[in-house]
Design a protein around this ligand. Structure first.
Ligand code: NDP
Length: 305
């Protein structure tokens, strides 16, 4: 492949894990307890179980204690709320997440709103999102935080650039757009404040007309739609940076599993003309997990030490 530099999320995430490991070791060496993450899993969705196991593994790698708190798929909403409140007041847990999606009889917003914002290491409570919008210190949701970190570590500036975000979900599209348009004072300590934020952001979704023309004007495109091959080469300005958030299972008779994972970008044809591009897998996914670890250590440092 000519052209696009590969933004290697797997490699960068491994580097960050080493940095976090050193941080946790220093905490341990000072005689304090290590950060602890709770992961609430309701039901037995196989994809969720895989995500949870990956998060537990990543915690173990850096020395963060992680505990899986599993409930049956038919748990009553009220019972789950009681458990959330227990976690809110459990002083040994620095942060916790509720793995999504939840079973249909449970209202996601009700559960997420019940999480103490100081322990909301997925950054999904209305309070954390509102604080992010207003430029107040907050916990930023993991995928946008990871993408921002990836751009920073590859020194891809966003200031003054036109960024097109495809997708307007609460967990990816919306917070991503907010972070990119912010004045850079919100930047995390590990980042070069000068190079992030200050972008001109266009948010697109399924009702957007002529997505292709909008994308062609973008310096950076972030696709989080969940549609394989949504972003094709004709939609990309040569040299643009492409961040592919999508994770889609498509049939693959050559794979022993019968399927393979692809993103939302026609990688084969877009990569040669892009300036930089994330692969799937190995791009945004590992950065999302490492952001959860960073958020957990942030919660520990801000409220538990
Ligand atoms: P949602 O389904 O909540 O949101 C998808 C968004 O994409 C919606 O806003 C939708 O528009 C928009 N969209 C869908 N189809 C099109 C289209 N044809 N043209 C333009 N816009 C479109 O998904 P999520 O944000 O939760 O996730 C998006 C993808 O990212 C999924 O594949 C998911 O698996 C993946 N993901 C990956 C993560 C990672 O770590 N790599 C983390 C989180 C998610 P509308 O609002 O109009 O319906």
């Amino acid at each position: 492949m000519n052209g696009g530099m590969i933004l290697d999320g797997k490699k960068i995430a491994a580097e960050i894990r080493m940095e976090l490991r050193a941080e946790v070791e220093a905490i341990k060496a000072s005689g304090q307890r290590v950060p602890k993450l709770g992961i609430v899993l309701v039901g037995n969705n196989p994809a969720s179980e895989t995500y949870v196991n990956n998060k537990m593994k990543a915690c173990a790698e850096v020395g963060i204690e992680a505990v899986k708190i599993a409930y049956s798929p038919d748990i009553a909403e009220q019972t789950l709320l009681t458990q959330i409140n227990r976690l809110n007041s459990d002083e040994t847990i620095d942060g916790f997440i509720v793995q999504l999606p939840l079973p249909e009889h449970i209202t996601e917003t009700t559960i997420l709103s019940a999480i103490d914002r100081r322990k909301d290491v997925d950054g999904l409570t209305p309070e954390n999102v509102g604080r992010t919008v207003q430029g107040l210190p907050s916990i930023i949701s993991a995928t946008p935080r990871g993408i921002r970190e990836l751009l920073a570590r590859y020194q891809i500036p966003t200031a003054g650039k036109h960024v097109v975000v495809i997708g307007r979900s609460n967990i990816v599209g919306k917070p991503m757009a907010i972070l990119l348009m912010q004045r850079p004072y919100l930047s995390l300590p590990s980042m070069s404040a000068a190079s992030l934020g200050d972008a001109t952001v266009t948010i697109c979704h399924s009702k957007t007309q002529d997505l292709a023309s909008i994308c062609r004007t973008a310096d950076i495109i972030i696709v989080a739609a969940g549609c394989p091959n949504l972003l094709t080469a004709e939609m990309v300005k040569p040299g643009a940076t492409i961040i592919d958030v999508g994770i889609n299972r498509v049939e693959d008779p050559n794979s022993p599993r019968g399927y393979k994972l692809v993103g939302d970008v026609d990688f084969e044809h877009v990569a040669p003309i892009a300036g930089a591009i994330t692969p799937v897998p190995g791009g945004v996914g590992p950065m999302t997990i490492v952001s959860l670890l960073q958020n957990t250590i942030q919660a520990y440092n801000e409220h538990s030490r």
